[in-house]
Write a protein that binds this ligand. Structure first.
Ligand SMILES: [Zn+2]
Ligand SMILES: [Zn+2]
Length: 291
């Protein structure tokens, strides 16, 4: 089969001919039909990312090995199955892949949080991923059938961006009467707006620095939009919430600046959920406490 692989960081991906894996036991071979492009693929391709103090955090220091076929947002059809998987799936079934595979033995895996595994084996990060004609999934339990009404292209991205947003929304412990501020209306923010609305019915206040993106946020279910470039953004949020502040803030930008302002419109007992790879520092003491 053909795979587009990162041979060495920062060099163009190379299309290589690699052996098709034969699935055994619970393994399933998926014929890839659609893949996302995630920001973490860029980090994989660059060989790392810049940390909080400007130092470069290398992916190889965290167990990534090159050459690697990247991409973890994968959807396609079942091609071949190991004996055990044949009882669960049929050939040609439309499926999406849960890529956050753990080794199954650490405390996180044992409590069902494989995505936080101490020794991750994520597909497309530590093992070959979706930029290939086929991908080997280590167990049928990492597959989810795609309902007919959902397109494969949409389903592919759900296992990363939608899942991250869903987890953030769930951790915010939103109630229907809550004012929920969502910072950042990129892919994750838009997912969170739709989920917070559909699952919890909360009132959503979307914040961004780009009016065009805010318009899209409104079309995706945001009840109120605020451009944080405006001088009185914090005041606007206070007014929208009748001066009570936000019951929850989900911050998808998560840098020192946004986190500092998050602290200024929190209601007592409010939850703050910070999403992202990067660390933050609050330099001023917030006058309202989250808990
Ligand atoms: Zn991703
Ligand atoms: Zn584990």
């Amino acid at each position: 089969m053909k795979s587009a692989r990162i041979i060495k960081p920062k060099e163009p991906l190379e299309v290589q001919e690699t052996e098709n894996s034969k699935p055994n036991g619970s393994e399933v071979l998926i014929k890839v039909q659609s893949c996302g492009v995630c920001h973490s693929d860029i980090h994989l391709w660059k060989g790392g990312y810049t940390g909080p103090n400007g130092q470069f955090m290398k992916t190889t220091d965290r167990g990534v090995k090159y050459p690697l076929t990247p991409e973890h947002e994968i959807a396609g059809i079942v091609s071949e199955m190991g004996e055990d998987a044949k009882q669960i799936f049929k050939k040609d079934e439309k499926v999406m892949v849960y890529p956050w595979v753990g080794e199954g033995l650490c405390p996180a895996c044992k409590t069902g949080n494989e995505n936080l595994c101490d020794h991750p084996r994520s597909i497309g990060v530590y093992n070959d991923g979706g930029y290939a004609e086929y991908v080997l999934v280590p167990n049928y339990r990492y597959l989810l059938r795609i309902p007919d009404e959902i397109e494969v292209d949409i389903a592919a991205t759900l296992s990363c961006s939608a899942l991250t947003a869903y987890s953030a929304v769930k951790n915010a412990e939103i109630r229907p009467d809550n004012n929920v501020v969502i910072i950042g209306t990129g892919g994750l923010g838009l997912m969170a707006i739709q989920l917070a609305k559909a699952v919890f019915g909360a009132r959503i206040i979307a914040i961004d620095i780009d009016d065009d993106k805010l318009k899209i946020a409104r079309n995706n279910g945001a009840d109120e939009i605020v451009n944080s470039k405006s001088n009185n953004a914090i005041q606007e949020i206070k007014e929208i919430t009748d001066n009570s502040g936000a019951d929850a803030v989900i911050d998808f930008v998560n840098n020192s600046k946004t986190v500092e302002s998050d602290m200024q419109f929190l209601r007592r007992r409010a939850k703050v959920v910070l999403v992202g790879l990067f660390w933050w520092r609050v330099e001023t003491k917030p006058d309202i406490y989250a808990y």
